[in-house]
Design a protein around this ligand. Structure first.
Ligand code: NAG
Ligand code: NAG
Ligand code: NAG
Ligand code: NAG
Ligand code: NAG
Length: 447
C-alpha cells in the first residue's frame, strides 16, 4: 500500500512530563507546550525556566527552537521568554504563576514595577476546518504597573532560523513591513518536499508576524547581538529598513521585531504576534484508484496566499482568544467533574491530540479544491512514527468524538479507502496503519 509520506502525529507519546497543571501552583515540573499545531509544529519549554531556557522541538534539546522575549522598563531589561539573558545585563523576570489550559500556556511574571502576562495560544478549532488547518499560533503580551505609576516600555521578540530543520540554514529571508501587518518569512533553499530530518519537516517556511505599528523596528542577525543591542541601545540599535533575499549565516540567527510602547501604566490591548510553520503539500497519498495524489492543508481552499491568511489570523485574535477561553472553560468544567487529575490530563493532552493530525483536501477532477474530499492524517509522534495507527486512533477517539465527530470520520477515511483497494491491500485482515516505505519516517538524509 502505498501511502506516504511525511506526516504526522502524535498523540500522547512524548514527554508527558510528570504532572502538570492547570492550577496556579508554581512550580510544577517537566516540560510544557508552547506551540502545538501539527506533528511538525510542536514546541515545548522547561516549565520552571521559560525565560532562562530555549524552547525546543518535541525531540528535545538537540533541536532547539530559538524564541526570545525581552522588555525594557525604565531602562532596565527583563527576559520573559527563551534564554535571552545569556551573558548580558538582562534580569530574569520572576514567575508569579503559570497555568496550563487545553489551548493555552500562560506565565505571569513580576518585575520591579510592572507585572507581565505572556500567553501562548495553540487554537483548537475542530469545527472550523479552515482555522484548524492553519499552522499558526498566537503569542500575546500584556504589562501592568504594580505601583500605579507610568513607566517607559520597549518590547522585543525574535525567532531563530533553527525552527527550520535544514542546517546550515542556507535560506531566503524576507521582511515585509508595507502592509497593516509586518512579517518575517524565512525559507531554506534546500527544502525537500515531504521529507523529514530527525522528525522535523524539511519543507517548512517560517513566518513571524505582528501588527505594523508606527515605530516598529526589525533586525536580522545573531541572537546574542540582537539581545545585546536591544538591552544596551534600545530600539536605536535596530532598524526599520526592509531587507530581503539574503542567506542566513549562522545557526542562531534570529528574526527580530521590537516596538516602543511609550509611557504607560498598562498595555490597553494585548500585543500579539503570530508564529507559523507552513508547508506546501501535507502528504502524498495513494487512494483506491491507485493514482497518487498530493493533499494540501484545508485552508488553501480559502487563502491563496499565506500573507492573506496572516492578515486574517492577526485580525481575528480577539475572537480566537474568546473561543479558546470558552473551549477551555467547557473542557475544564466537564473534566473537573470527574477528577482534578483528569482535568490536568485533558489540559495537557488536548492540543497535543489535535496537533498530532493534519487536515487535508485535494484538487477535484475539475481542477478546483474539493472541500467534500476531506481526510485527516495522524502521525504517531514520539514513538513509531506510523501514520493513522489504529490503536492510537482508538485511544484518541474519545477526544475527537467529543470535540467534533466528523474529525473521526476524516481520520478513518484513508484507512478504509486503502483497504478497499485490492491492489494496495491484499491481506485477509484489517490494516493496522497506512504503511509507509520506511516504517519510521525520520532520518531522510538530504539529497
Ligand atoms: C529548567 O529550568 C530551571 C530554571 O532555570 C533549571 O534549574 C533546571 O535545571 C531546568 N531543567 C532542565 C531539565 O534543564
Ligand atoms: C508585502 O506586503 C504587501 C502588502 O500586504 C504586498 O502587496 C507585497 O506583495 C508583500 N511583499 C512580499 C515580498 O511579500
Ligand atoms: C492605547 O489606546 C490609545 C487610544 O485608544 C491608542 O492610541 C494607543 O496606541 C494604545 N496603546 C497601546 C499600547 O495599545
Ligand atoms: C464553567 O464554570 C464556571 C464556574 O462554575 C462558570 O462560571 C462558567 O460559565 C462555566 N463555563 C462553561 C463553558 O460551562
Ligand atoms: C469531491 O470529492 C467527493 C468525495 O470524495 C467526490 O465524490 C467528488 O466526485 C469530488 N468532486 C470532484 C469535482 O472531483
Amino acid at each position: 500500500m502505498v501511502f506516504l509520506v511525511l506526516l504526522l502525529l502524535a498523540a500522547f507519546a512524548q514527554v508527558i512530563p510528570r504532572y502538570v497543571c492547570q492550577s496556579n501552583e508554581y512550580p510544577f515540573s517537566g516540560t510544557v507546550p508552547l506551540a502545538i499545531r501539527s506533528p511538525y509544529f510542536n514546541t515545548w519549554i522547561n516549565a520552571t525556566g521559560p525565560n532562562t531556557n530555549l524552547p525546543n522541538f518535541w525531540t528535545g534539546s538537540e533541536t532547539p527552537c530559538t524564541w526570545s522575549g525581552l522588555v525594557t522598563i525604565d531602562g532596565v531589561t527583563w527576559s520573559w521568554l527563551g534564554a535571552a539573558n545569556d551573558g548580558l545585563n538582562v534580569h530574569n523576570a520572576i514567575i508569579k504563576s503559570s497555568t496550563i489550559t487545553p489551548t493555552r500556556t500562560i506565565y505571569v511574571y513580576e518585575t520591579e514595577s510592572m507585572d507581565l502576562t505572556v500567553t501562548f495560544l495553540s487554537p483548537i478549532e475542530a469545527s472550523d476546518p479552515v482555522k484548524q488547518s492553519l499552522p499558526f499560533i498566537y503569542l500575546s503580551f500584556e504589562a501592568k504597573a504594580t505601583d500605579g505609576n507610568v513607566h517607559n516600555v520597549q518590547l522585543y521578540s525574535d525567532v531563530g532560523a533553527d525552527w527550520m530543520a535544514q542546517s546550515p540554514y542556507d535560506s531566503v529571508r524576507i521582511w515585509n513591513s508595507t502592509g497593516t501587518n509586518a512579517f518575517w518569512k524565512a525559507t531554506s533553499k534546500q527544502m525537500i518536499p515531504l521529507a523529514e530530518i530527525s522528525n522535523q519537516a524539511a519543507d517548512v517556511m517560517l513566518y513571524y508576524a505582528t501588527q505594523n505599528v508606527p515605530g516598529m523596528v526589525q533586525r536580522f542577525g545573531s541572537d546574542i547581538e540582537g539581545h545585546t543591542l536591544f538591552s544596551q541601545s534600545g530600539l536605536s540599535g535596530l532598524s526599520r529598513t526592509a531587507t530581503d533575499q539574503t542567506a542566513i549565516a549562522g545557526n542562531v540567527d534570529v528574526f527580530s521585531m521590537a516596538f516602543d510602547l511609550g509611557n504607560i501604566r498598562a498595555t490597553n490591548a494585548s500585543i500579539v504576534w503570530t508564529l507559523g510553520l507552513v508547508r506546501d503539500s501535507s502528504v502524498s497519498y495513494t487512494p483506491t484508484s491507485g493514482e497518487t495524489q498530493l493533499r494540501y492543508p484545508y485552508y488553501v481552499s480559502q487563502f491563496a496566499h499565506v500573507e492573506d491568511a496572516i492578515n486574517k489570523i492577526l485580525g481575528d485574535f480577539d475572537s480566537a482568544a474568546k473561543s479558546a477561553i470558552e473551549l477551555d472553560e467547557k473542557l475544564l468544567n466537564q473534566s473537573s467533574a470527574i477528577s482534578a487529575q483528569y482535568m490536568d490530563l485533558v489540559s495537557l493532552a488536548a492540543r497535543q491530540t489535535m496537533g498530532g493530525t493534519e487536515l487535508t483536501i485535494a484538487l477535484g477532477s475539475d481542477g478546483l479544491w474539493n472541500i467534500s474530499d476531506v481526510k485527516a492524517f495522524m502521525k504517531d509522534v514520539g514513538s513509531s512514527g506510523r501514520i493513522n495507527p489504529v490503536e492510537i486512533l482508538y485511544a484518541s477517539f474519545p477526544f475527537f468524538l467529543y470535540i467534533d465527530p466528523p474529525y473521526a470520520g476524516w481520520l478513518l477515511a484513508p484507512l478504509l479507502e486503502v483497504q478497499e483497494s485490492t491492489s494496495q491491500w491484499a491481506e485477509p485482515y484489517a490494516a493496522r496503519d497506512l504503511v509507509c516505505p520506511t516504517q519510521k519516517l525520520g532520518d531522510v538524509s538530504s539529497g
